[in-house]
Structure formats: structure tokens, C-alpha cells
Design a protein around this ligand. Structure first.
Ligand code: 4AD
Ligand code: MG
Length: 432
């Protein structure tokens, strides 16, 4: 019989087909076994009767453990009440590999327990919904840039320097060449790409040795980073707005079923898909926070609590621009009209999800950038190539980075970022 995936059953009503999958659950009524089979694309109830199977085969289906792998053959029937809308009337089945004592029962378990068996937890319905939404977000990111003729520009993961400060670098010995570091961001290389191709993006794993155990921090996360020659901060913000609203529309359109499994209220996502997004200065952000009674003063960086309080004031992402330069990385261009602030932007997601995007315009003057590197106590030598970009045809340029896991946590409405990636890496977790 032809092998079909559960998600394709609609096209095979009335036909006899074979499903290949795993036993998710089963019930029995004495004369009938209900085998709930999953194959990664969906779930299908397979109805096996003693009359159809014969005594021996029927009895063997009685002892199947959860996650036993099997092939089930039968006729596809439409049934509105069945999960997924289709059922299989079983004519035969073959056990591939029996499983006994599967540790995850269809009941509630604690997160710590589940994280320890993450390799199995990813088989469950909620985790499927989250990781499918992640897949859609990633595909949307790539399509957005590809459609706009950005060139994918893969940047190295092993690097000789830091990009986002030296306090959270993963360091290693690199043969006879001294220290190397896991990249914190592909940005510096993407800048070289932008000056070569005009508009590029990089998209890869990035690393931060974060000593913070918050629900927003991973030590390994994926970042998508566009970089565009001739762009200033205003154009960069417009790109970020177009980008995020595109991703939201795409997920709402294509992953409605998964959002439903997660019981995600989609009204806030629909609002967040609407443009324009508000743009406020850091100065205004501080005033708003003070008015709300938070103890902040000009010059402070905004932490998770401040971001949550600010984002609560808007029904869509808000872009906060022109932070004090002292809070930000060495490469940020200062506002010529106000050198104490940087031409940077953070996009804060609504519903308390905080910063999902950080970016801005880059310092494009050779001497100024060189002075900043020294000010930040970074070694000049490994930045020579980066300074070259300001020597040979320097132009204004800007870009940003969006953390995929932050975006997915928000879109899925998750309390913690750890479920947005198949195998999360955090300060207190390296396994499985
Ligand atoms: O604001 P960040 O540090 O900016 C940069 O790395 C720039 N070089 C990006 C650029 O302009 N090309 O990080 C960008 C985004 C954050 O807004 C957040 O979404 C995510 O990366 N991020 C993290 N996500 C999970 N865990 C962490 N520890 C993260 N740190 C940053
Ligand atoms: Mg940031």
C-alpha cells in the first residue's frame, strides 16, 4: 500500500494506505482498539477491530507501549470528530520496534524533568507546534530578505575578536594563533559584506557566555542580521518594521493551527502585525518610565523590567532609538546633533516580551572608530580589517539583529525562551 503522511490524508479518502509512525496513545473496548498514531506531520486515530484483524493480530495490539514504532495499513475515512479530521480503518499493522516504559505519559510533568529528556520531549504536541512556528519564522526571515534581493552572507563562528563587549565571550585556544572566540554576532563581517554587495544578511548561531539566568537569555541562540550600505538609522528602523510585520503576517496566515494548539491569543499578534510601529527616543522612554513610578534616570540602560513596562503601553512593537552611547557597543555611530547618544534602535515586543531587535547606524569615520576601539580597551590589531572598511570607500551603513528565539517566544506566547529551540543551551544546562 502507498505510504502517506498523516497531513496528506485528505487526498486519500476511501483509499487503502500505509502510515509509518509511532504509537502516541491507545484505548481498547474489548472488540476494538483505538491506536492513536503520530508520524511527525500529525495524529491519526486508527480503528482496529477483532473482526477485521483476527484474534492473534488483535491480541498483539493489546500490549503496545507508547512510542512503539509501527506501520499501519487501512482505509482512510473522513470523521469530523477525529483529531485531524480523518481516521484509518485498520486492515493490518506491523510492529517495527516495540517501546516499553516511555518516560513521558500523556499527563503533566515538571519542566526540569522534561528538559532532561528533551530528546523525547520534542515528540509532544506542544513542542511540535512551537518548533513548527520556529521553522515558519526562519523561512519567513529568509524569504523576506531574498525577495528584497539581499545576499545571504555567511559569517564565521570562530572569531579573533569580540563584537558585543568582552564580558560574555566564550574563549578557546586556537592552535598556535592564541585565543579564539565563539561569535557574539556576525555584524562586523556583515558590514564588509554590505560594502561589497550593497545589502546582505547573515543568519547563524551566536554565543554569549551570559551569567544571567533569566527567561530571555540563552548562551547559544540564532540571530538574523541584515546590513545595508547607504542606510541611516531612519531607513534601518523602517526595514525592521517591515521585517517584523512580514513575519507576523506569515505566521498568522500559515501556522494558525499551531497557534491554536498553544492556546495563543492571536488578537495581540494581529495588532502587532499592523504598521506603522511607534518610534520613541530613549529620552521619552525614560520620561514614560518615571511617570509610571519606576526608579530610572537618564544614562541607565533599560533592563527587562523597564522594557516590559514600556512595551505594555503599546499594542504593537515599539522602537526605542538614541540610547546613551555609553550603554552601547563601540561600533555605534553617535548622533552628530547630540554626541552623547548613539544612532541605535531597540525594538521591544508587546506583552512584556522585551527586546527582540537591536541595531543601528555604524561609525563610518576611520579616526573616530579607531579611537572608540581604544576607548573600549579592545586590541587594535585584530580590528585592522574592520577599520579598512572605513579607509576604502566608507559610506553610511546600518543594520540590526533579531534573536530568533526571542521572536518565537513572543509569537508563541511562552513564559520562557528555553522551549523555542530544539536543544537549549543555558548557563546551567549543556545536556542533552
Ligand atoms: O542587541 P544585540 O546584542 O545586538 C547585536 O548583537 C548586534 N551586533 C546586532 C546587529 O546590529 N547586527 O543582540 C541582538 C538580538 C537581541 O535583540 C535579542 O533578540 C537577541 O539578539 N539576543 C539574545 N537572544 C537570546 N539569548 C541571548 N543571550 C541574547 N542576546 C541577544
Ligand atoms: Mg541589545
Amino acid at each position: 500500500m502507498p505510504w502517506v503522511y498523516i497531513e496528506d490524508l485528505a487526498a486519500h479518502v476511501g483509499e487503502e494506505v500505509t502510515l509509518k509512525g509511532w504509537l502516541h496513545n491507545r484505548r481498547s473496548s474489548g472488540k476494538i482498539h483505538f491506536l492513536i498514531v503520530r508520524d511527525g506531520t500529525g495524529i491519526c486515530q486508527c480503528v482496529a477491530s477483532r473482526a477485521d484483524l483476527g484474534d492473534e493480530a488483535f491480541a498483539s495490539a493489546d500490549h503496545l507501549g507508547q512510542e512503539t514504532s509501527l506501520e499501519v495499513t487501512g482505509t482512510v475515512r473522513e470523521d469530523k470528530r477525529a483529531p485531524g479530521g480523518y481516521e484509518l480503518t485498520v486492515s493490518g499493522f506491523r510492529i517495527h520496534s516495540p517501546a516499553t516504559g516511555y518516560p513521558i505519559a500523556p499527563k503533566e510533568h515538571g519542566v526540569a524533568f522534561l528538559l532532561n529528556i528533551r530528546h523525547l520531549w520534542i515528540r509532544s504536541a506542544r513542542q511540535h507546534a512551537i518548533l513548527r512556528i520556529r521553522d515558519e519564522v526562519v523561512a519567513a526571515c529568509r524569504d523576506f530578505f531574498h525577495e528584497r534581493r539581499f545576499v545571504l552572507f555567511d559569517t564565521p563562528i570562530l572569531t579573533p575578536t569580540s563584537c558585543e563587549g568582552t564580558t560574555n565571550l566564550f574563549e578557546m585556544d586556537y592552535f598556535d594563533l592564541g585565543k579564539a572566540y565563539l561569535t557574539q554576532s556576525g555584524q562586523l563581517y556583515a558590514e564588509a559584506g554590505a560594502l561589497a554587495f550593497g545589502k546582505v544578511y547573515c543568519f547563524g548561531p551566536t554565543f554569549r557566555a551570559e551569567k544571567s539566568k533569566t527567561r530571555r537569555h540563552l548562551t547559544e541562540f540564532w540571530m538574523v542580521e541584515p546590513e545595508v550600505a547607504w542606510y541611516t538609522l531612519a531607513e534601518d528602523m523602517q526595514l525592521a518594521e517591515d521585517f517584523v510585520s512580514y513575519i507576523l503576517r506569515r505566521v498568522l496566515e500559515r501556522r494558525a493551527d499551531d497557534l491554536k494548539i498553544l492556546e495563543r491569543d492571536i488578537a495581540p499578534l494581529e495588532s502587532a502585525a499592523r504598521t506603522p510601529y511607534p518610534r520613541i527616543t530613549y529620552d521619552e522612554a525614560i520620561e514614560r518610565l518615571k511617570a509610571k513610578g519606576l526608579a530610572v534616570k537618564w544614562g541607565d540602560d533599560l533592563g527587562g523590567d523597564e522594557e516590559t513596562a514600556l512595551s505594555a503601553e503599546f499594542d504593537r512593537p515599539v522602537m526605542v532609538h538614541r540610547y546613551p552611547a555609553a550603554c552601547k557597543a563601540f561600533y555605534m555611530k553617535r548622533d552628530p546633533a547630540r554626541p552623547e547618544v548613539a544612532l541605535c534602535v531597540d525594538m521591544l515586543a508587546p506583552e512584556g516580551y522585551g527586546e527582540i531587535i537591536g541595531g543601528g547606524q555604524r561609525e563610518d569615520d576611520y579616526e573616530t572608530l579607531k579611537a572608540r576601539i581604544v576607548e573600549h580597551q579592545l586590541p587594535l590589531e585584530p580590528f585592522e580589517w574592520y577599520l579598512d572598511l572605513r579607509k576604502y570607500g566608507s559610506v553610511p551603513h546600518a543594520g540590526f539583529g533579531m534573536g530568533i528565539e526571542r521572536a518565537v517566544a513572543w509569537i508563541c506566547g511562552l513564559h520562557h525562551i528555553r522551549e523555542t529551540v530544539p536543544f537549549p543551551r543555558m548557563m546551567e544546562r549543556i545536556e542533552p
